[in-house]
Design a protein around this ligand. Structure first.
Ligand code: PMV
Length: 327
């Protein structure tokens, strides 16, 4: 057998136009397209070693044996890789994030992007980026957006299995900064995998999905033209629309807490004063405050003054998933 180990690295991403709800939950084909930015400085590093002598897959997360549910999800993903590569050995997977998990920075996105690359290489496959993105999607939908670099679009055409992400522009295209204002360090109560299954129960989801091509066009154009004002407006609208769906789903979920709302209000007020700043919020209470790099220090200082802000994590546009030397 060839050397059956490989290591890879990927960044998480923040969606400017959100993925919420699936056409097909099993293969995570999304109900609507989405656009995101990879987050440099934040990363998952994953090593995979297939080994004929193992009796089952093994997963270590942050240096500890992973809980059963996480191991089952990774095992299911590795089954797909094994089928693709025509091997049947189990694997030892070791994954580390350099940022806190479950706080509204999508650790599953970077984790499954890194796993897709490391596992396929370890299994002797060399997939093109599109196929790697498609594969990463099976682990966590948004992971398909952490495979390509910079500003990334995940397109949907009908409900096709082919759905994957590609780069719209490289990381150095636009000097944006994501200041993630952490207001709660607890794991979210309702994870996104469960949230996607509830999306269709909201009477607002149909309208959100139907209007998605329009929001995607505006967002894509704003990124390509580096038009912050247009980006800000469409990003906040899209985030509010996703949270409106979440609040009106069955059962209803409210991810925001008072500090979340305080930041949203301040950010829109600061933009009114002329600061190039806007917000977007994933499935949790923490707020991603997006700002032009030249104003980032000023915005960080203001965020720290808002009661309830525990920490601000900063990230610039990041590159694609890539291989690392095997340890
Ligand atoms: O990829 P998932 O299943 O973790 O879903 C991601 C959902 C959001 O983060 C809320 C939106 C997005 O597009 O990243």
């Amino acid at each position: 057998m060839p050397d059956l180990s490989a290591a890879a690295f990927a960044h998480p991403n923040i969606a400017f136009i959100k993925y919420w709800g699936n056409c097909d939950p099993e293969s995570r084909v999304p109900a609507n397209g989405s656009i995101s930015m990879n987050l440099a400085g934040l990363e998952s590093r994953t090593t995979v070693m297939f080994d004929e002598s193992l009796a089952d897959d093994e997963l270590k997360l942050q240096g500890e044996p992973a809980p059963g549910a996480a191991l089952a999800r990774v095992g299911h993903f590795l089954d797909v890789v094994r089928r693709l590569a025509g091997i049947d050995a189990y694997a030892k997977v070791v994954s580390e994030n350099n940022f806190p998990m479950g706080v509204g920075i999508a650790s599953s996105a970077s984790a499954f992007a890194a796993l897709a690359l490391a596992a396929t290489r370890a299994a002797g496959l060399d997939l093109p980026e599109i196929e790697l993105s498609r594969l990463a999607r099976l682990g966590s939908g948004s992971a398909c957006r952490s495979v390509p670099g910079g500003f990334v679009e995940w397109q949907v055409a009908g409900c096709e299995e082919d759905s994957h992400a590609f780069s719209l522009a490289p990381p150095d295209h636009w000097d944006l900064v994501d200041n993630v204002a952490i207001v709660d360090r607890e794991h979210k109560r309702v994870g996104s995998t469960e949230g996607h299954t509830m999306a269709h129960t909201s009477p607002l989801q149909r309208a959100r999905v139907d209007d998605a091509p329009r929001r995607l066009d505006i967002c894509r154009r704003a990124i390509l033209d580096c038009d912050f004002e247009d980006l800000a407006e469409i990003m906040e609208l899209d985030s509010n629309m996703m949270h409106a769906v979440i609040m009106t789903s069955e059962p209803s979920v409210m991810y925001w807490n008072p500090a979340t709302l305080a930041i949203m209000r301040e950010v829109t007020a600061w933009r009114g004063e002329g600061l190039p700043v806007c917000y977007t919020i994933d499935a949790g209470p923490n707020v991603h405050v997006i700002v032009l790099a030249e104003s980032s220090d000023a915005v960080q200082a203001r965020l720290h003054q808002i009661p309830g802000v525990l920490e601000v994590i900063t990230a610039r546009p990041g590159g694609p998933a890539h291989l690392l030397p095997t340890p």
